[in-house]
Design a protein around this ligand. Sequence first.
Ligand code: OTU
Length: 646
Amino acid sequence: SDTDTYHEHARITLRRLMPVFERQLSNTEEEVRETFLERVSTHWPRLFSLLFQLYGHRYDFFYHLEQLAIELSQTYLERPQRLKERDKQREYDPTWFMSNEIVGGAMYVGLFTENLQSLRENISYFKELGITYVHLMPLFEEREGESDGGYAIKDYRSVNPELGTLDDLREVAQAFQEQGILLVLDFVFNHTSDEHLWAKKAQSGDPEFQDFYYIFPDRTIPNQYEEHLREIFPTVRRGNFSWHNGMKKWVWTTFNSYQWDLKYANPSVFRAMLGEMFFLANVGVDVLRLDAVAFIWKKMGTNCENLPEAHLLIQAFNAAVRIATPGLIFKSEAIVHPRDVLSYVSPEECHLSYNPLLMAMLWEALATRKVHLLHESVSRKFSIPQNTMWCNYLRCHDDIGWTFDNDDAWRIGIDPEGHRDFLNRFYTGDFEGSFARGVPFQYNPDTGDMRISGTLASLAGLEQAIDAEDGLLQDMAIKRIVLLNSLIMSMGGVPLLYLGEEWGVLNDYDYIHDPRKSEDSRWIHRSTMRWDYIEGLDMEDSLQGRIYRHIQRLIHLRKEHTAFFGAAIDVFYSGNEHVFAFIRNNMGAQIVVLANFSEEPQEVSGNVIRSHAIGRFFYDIFTEEEISTAKPIPLGPYQFRWLERR
Ligand code: OTU
């Protein structure tokens, strides 16, 4: 079989490469060497077999393996001692990232604070709120002019000078480690900016670097590819290729025209990007967010998304990490069909994944006040492999796309296209009775596709309620915000706040005055942290203070209850179409979650609870009420309950 062949080839190449590994490690202590060689012998067969499938046909395959052996050894040797120790701890506990004590927050360093140095002073803010996982949005040196919020990188090994230096970043990493906060950074590996050194060399005509990208002399091949491609940023430029005037050639650019897709069919690109990844790993990153995973492999005649080779490639990065920097894990950013989202999640590929389906379905339930589609989607698409985790979020720096499975919708009598249209209208306020203040993102006039920008609070009705100066509407909006947060705090997975949410940041319409941002409506939800609002927030009775205190409380309760460990949940039908219900079970601890998505009071029959959960007497850990299943369980407007067995 193929596996046997790969295994045999792997054994032989490893024997041939052993002298290379040994030479690299010749000056180290025996224990250090043994740890590494043991990892090599455990993970080499897998790494080899993945690379063999991708590059085994190349005349220079063995050369690349030999270089890889050197690079793995060097990375391990250069790895700081504190990170080596952490690697070992994590190898002993492969569930380390599944703890209910992990709660995430994402932010742009330059918008949240001033720079990386001042960020260290914000650690106390994270601690107070309860954040233990911090995703710093791209902070590397970016191209001049537009830079897609940092996703158009000029150099992966230097920090944007406005934010500080590499040493500042290392100090942040160390300070986080000392304070028990995980550091998460992006690995933007689908593309570099047109100002990256490799792209510059390609522009100057160097064939070696032209082979790092997809570059074509005319439209013949681009046209053939385009027959099957989606458009991701259609308002930026139609199609997927951009004309480069200097080279007089076409370049594959899935996103903005200045973001050049890397050509992983070339093994030099894999090795070069692995080098950049290892560099970040040794700075002290705990989790790398793999940006735009769906697009990293192209094949003529396909839509060039989620191809089997994309998985082989990420698994190869993963296997290399297990050898040289094993404390590091990946988070997949695949905002695609739910089936494809799942395909990236495994301990051999990405341990963590964004959960765009849950995100979209929570907003869907909030708009419809019904939980059918949420329930159907979660029942069918939530379960993931052992020792992997969702990242559950409500908003992030990107848009909301309605990526549910059409079949799940049809099954419960919902026309998916009509429903997406309704959701887009609802969330842009173009629907009778809508409370939302979102704006369109990437409207495609040909397909009618559209996504939504806006902050959590503005989408949940707070902006409208503030403008109406209506206290009751404001209360409702806050209830919606708390309800949504109660779900990401209790569903299986790591909850991920997009910071600013915790005090109800509203849309910021100023971006349209900045020519670097005006074409991209996502800037409406990328605003500056208002520290002046934050002072004393946990005491104040302002709208912000109320939101903050609720979210802080949810976080603290989550951390106290081991029932919230891991990703497994047990969804059940509450018998009430407005109430979403599930159970968390872990090591004898059990919490039943009920969530009312309507602004009317609802109830759930005690029998339904009794038939799914163990016990008759419960305690609502949020409201601190005793609840008996002898009577129907009442839920106020948008109320949720976290019921612990008594
Ligand atoms: C990612 O998102 C980033 O999150 C965006 O901020 C970047 O602009 C983009 O990549 C390019 O680096 O299109 O609207 O999964 O939906 O990867 C967001 C498919 C995006 C894409 C996703 C992409």
